[in-house]
Design a protein around this ligand. Structure first.
Ligand SMILES: C[S@@+](CC[C@H](N)C(=O)[O-])C[C@H]1O[C@@H](n2cnc3c(N)ncnc32)[C@H](O)[C@@H]1O
Length: 202
């Protein structure tokens, strides 16, 4: 759910035959990218569709797993979305969600330009109705949505954990390729719809 250009969903699909994957995103351009990528790779057990996480309808309701990465922090009502997603699970099915929490973001060395960029990113996310501290709340959302079926303990949604990722630039050549990738991302961002919103929030 919130599959973006489908990188995770396509990888999942490649691992689950004869099972299949339905990948959903609210943004048609992302779904199109994912569709093209799946075709390029010859992955045919995936269907990509445009839909909103808290209201989409796909005509199926027997999924073993609902998975979402980096979506819930963008939602204004994550609990409503969880309730909707749960309707698609078969008894004993699993929901797995992962979200960033900006409260745990530590950067060194920190420059004023990078700090400002991070503050602006968080302002944009909040401005859209998202929650920059969503990560720490996922367990609470899952527990409050838990409706265990009698005799079916695995449908109880109650597990959460916090993980950290640390990265470091190794040498000048990797710094240079990271800088190039970042510049190219900035160019793409300049032509995106959220660029003007970003300017509006500072
Ligand atoms: C940060 S991207 C994550 C993409 C992908 N899951 C990943 O981890 O690479 C967030 C995605 O969620 C989508 N999204 C945001 N709000 C959504 C909603 N209400 N319903 C469905 N998708 C949504 C966006 O269009 C975007 O593609």
């Amino acid at each position: 759910m919130g599959c973006g250009p489908g990188s995770i969903s396509i990888d999942l699909a490649s691992r689950v035959p004869p099972g299949s994957v339905l990948a959903v995103d609210a943004e048609p351009s992302q779904v199109k990218l994912g569709d093209e990528r799946a075709k390029e790779l010859g992955i045919s057990n995936i269907r990509l569709m445009v839909g909103n996480a808290d209201s989409f309808y796909c005509g199926e309701s027997n999924f073993e797993l609902v998975f979402s990465h980096a979506l819930f922090e963008h939602l204004s009502d994550p609990e409503k979305t969880l309730k909707h997603l749960r309707n698609y699970l078969r008894p004993g099915g699993l929901i797995a969600v992962r979200s960033q929490d900006w409260g745990g973001f530590v950067l060194h060395p920190e420059t004023s330009a990078v700090s400002r960029a991070l503050e602006t990113y968080q302002a944009i996310q909040s401005n859209y109705g998202g929650d920059v501290h969503c990560g720490r709340k996922l367990g609470m959302y899952l527990r409050s949505d838990s409706r265990p079926d009698p005799g079916d303990i695995s449908s109880s949604l109650s597990s959460s954990s916090v993980t950290g990722i640390s990265s470091q630039l190794e040498d000048n050549s990797s710094q240079s390729s990271t800088a190039k990738a970042n510049l190219s991302a900035v160019e793409r961002f300049r032509s995106s719809r959220i660029f003007s919103r970003s300017v509006a929030v500072g």
